[in-house]
Design a protein around this ligand. Structure first.
Ligand SMILES: *Cc1c(COP(=O)(O)O)cnc(C)c1O
Length: 316
């Protein structure tokens, strides 16, 4: 069973891990607060430390040795997330950022401290998550937050639904509206909280984020961030125009508020482009390499070398 307090894990990070990881996360936090202050953002974005392929002891080092503690961590494989969640404190808030297969809905739904699924991109997966949450023996305290993944770069290899708004309207964005509508109307165990993009690697190298004067410059520099921002506005407009209704009061702002963002968050920005993303209005940056270092090349070897840490603690 997962232990509940911050420090009660049976795992012990080495002092080298503690020094290295807390130093790196401190540096990322500084970049975030500096960009947020230059961009005159009232609320800096949430930092999600993407911990895929890094061992539980590194995550624990970040969780217990940073000040304030690092709370949000992200993983892109359901099984890896499941086994890490079992050996780490329940005070960690997990984000799932990988390809979401409907047959993994049960695994994800059963993780009590899963905070957010960032990569929802089909009605089928939404319904599978909803069903898995309804069938849980021990119910979660609140609904499971979800972001809809948008394929802003149009690359085949990237997941997500086509964007909305801008020039290429058509009915291409219809799927996104349909998915949002399904969640709002039929999935009471889910909470539609925002939109997410990964974006093209080439776009992430544009603009250095420290030379901007305005949000418009950032949106000009990175087309993925621009498309995601426009998609949020267009989605909110489409839901209001279609007069979508919900029994749930948590959607009042989205469906009948008068602000154009509808309370939806944007998840965009990684190690290479987090400053640009913050200028462009990101609420949630996902930073792996700059928090934990370069990831191991081989998934199999990484999993093998952390295997002993993923075993349940020997009972005392
Ligand atoms: C791995 C990953 C990241 C982190 O990427 P870095 O470049 O290492 O910061 C962010 N988002 C998603 C969806 C990822 O899979």
């Amino acid at each position: 069973m997962a232990s509940s307090s911050l420090s009660s894990s049976h795992l012990r990070p080495t002092s080298e891990q503690v020094q290295r990881v807390s130093g790196q996360i401190q540096a990322v936090r500084q970049r975030i607060s500096q960009a947020a202050s230059h961009a005159k953002r009232r609320d800096p974005p949430r930092l999600v430390a993407i911990s895929k392929l890094h061992p539980p002891t590194s995550i624990l080092a970040a969780h217990t040795s940073c000040s304030p503690p690092q709370i949000h961590f992200g993983e892109n494989y359901a099984q890896e997330l499941e086994s890490k969640a079992k050996v780490l404190p329940s005070s960690v808030q997990w984000h799932f950022v990988g390809k979401l297969q409907s047959n993994k809905a049960k695994v994800l739904a059963a993780i009590p401290n899963l905070y957010l699924v960032e990569t929802l991109d089909s009605v089928k997966a939404a319904q599978a998550l909803q069903k898995a949450l309804v069938n849980l023996e021990t119910k979660r305290e609140g609904p499971l937050r979800v972001y809809l993944q948008v394929n802003t770069s149009g690359e085949d290899a990237k997941g997500g639904l086509p964007p909305l708004g801008g020039h290429e309207q058509g009915d291409k964005g219809g799927e996104l509206v349909q998915l949002a509508q399904t969640i709002v109307q039929d999935c009471d165990r889910l909470e539609l909280s925002g939109l997410m993009t990964i974006g093209a690697a080439a776009e992430s190298r544009k603009g250095d984020g420290n030379g901007f004067q305005s949000k418009e410059e950032a949106l000009e520099a990175n087309s993925d961030f621009r498309v995601l921002s426009e998609t949020r506005l267009a989605l909110v407009r489409a839901l209001r125009q279609a007069k979508v209704e919900s029994k749930n009061s948590r959607y009042t702002q989205l469906l009948s508020g008068d602000d154009e963002e509808g309370g939806l968050e944007l998840s965009m920005g990684m190690s290479a482009d987090l400053e640009v993303a913050i200028w462009a209005g990101s609420d949630n940056v996902r930073v792996g390499t700059d928090c934990f270092g370069v990831r191991p090349k081989s998934r199999d070897e990484a999993m093998e070398s952390m295997k002993h840490e993923l075993e349940p603690p020997a009972s005392a």
